[in-house]
Design a protein around this ligand. Structure first.
Ligand code: PGA
Length: 268
């Protein structure tokens, strides 16, 4: 399998339902002041604000020619039409979104999204030439009962159903164990690697080694600047989907600069 350096790391900040459009501009500006060319050549760095912020974030990033990428946290499974409250992939593409999350655990849990719906969303995102970030991950009870690999692979198979190898090669999978999201309970790097490796092997089994070597697999769940270096040392982890810590510009930049702080804080 192609070595890890072939895949450019991705650090994506999932702002969830935080920041109105003024706050979004302020946070994006803070990131823009701090991140430099070197950061962007080392990793793709993206923010995923709420829908209402996207136009403001797009205008700022394009106007100032920043290298920051942006995207959305969800999309409608419908193309367009009478679907009150929904936002289509066509609208998101028009707003310059590069990435769109599909199947975040909060959507699965609070909005009862299943793998078939998530698969349709993935296809809508691809149709508009954006990159899906398919989120997979097991709840605590499944982790404790031991069936987590089976569940994650089922979510993966369901989410990617009907896609061809070229589509899978370009997309992003984010492994986010539900018990680690927003809890401060980060998975050990070995736990995260075990699942990310299984995801890559499954992609390889279905679409071949070359596809599996290109697709990016992220870890998400209580990622912070101080735990990022150990996570990124794992061979199958290509970046992070960051929730809470992405709202703090200093912390988020610290995560993006994980290479600079591979010495644990208590040993510096
Ligand atoms: P967290 O969230 O970093 O706050 O745990 C991650 C996510 O839900 O994407």
């Amino acid at each position: 399998m192609t070595p890890k350096p072939a895949r450019k790391p991705l650090v994506a900040g999932n702002w969830k339902m935080h920041n109105n459009h003024f706050e979004a501009i302020a946070l994006t500006q803070k990131l823009a002041f701090t991140l430099v060319d070197k950061d962007f050549s080392a990793a793709d760095i993206a923010v995923l604000p709420p829908f209402t912020d996207l136009r403001s974030v797009q205008t700022l990033i394009e106007g100032d020619r920043l290298q920051l990428l942006w995207g959305a946290q969800d999309v409608s499974a419908h193309e367009d039409g009478a679907y009150t409250g929904e936002v289509s992939a066509r609208m998101l593409a028009k707003l310059g979104c590069r990435f769109v999350l599909a199947g975040h655990s909060e959507r699965r849990q609070y909005h009862h999204e299943d793998d078939a719906l998530i698969n349709t969303k993935v296809k809508r995102i691809l149709e508009r030439a954006m990159t899906p970030v398919l989120c997979v991950g097991e709840p605590l009870e499944v982790r404790q009962a031991g069936g987590y690999l089976e569940l994650v692979l089922e979510q993966l198979d369901g989410g990617l159903d009907g896609l061809n190898a070229a589509q899978v090669a370009g997309l992003v999978v984010a492994y986010e164990p539900v018990w680690a999201i927003g809890t401060g309970e980060v998975a050990t790097p070995q736990d995260a690697q075990e699942v990310c490796h299984a995801v890559r092997r499954r992609i390889s089994a279905v679409h071949g080694d070359a596809t599996a070597a290109t697709a990016r697999i992220l870890y998400g769940g209580s990622v912070k600047a101080d735990n990022m270096p150990a996570i990124m040392a794992e061979p199958d982890i290509d970046g992070a989907l960051v929730g809470g810590a992405s709202l703090d510009p200093g912390e988020f930049v610290g995560i993006c600069r994980y290479r600079d702080q591979s010495t644990p804080a208590n040993q510096r």
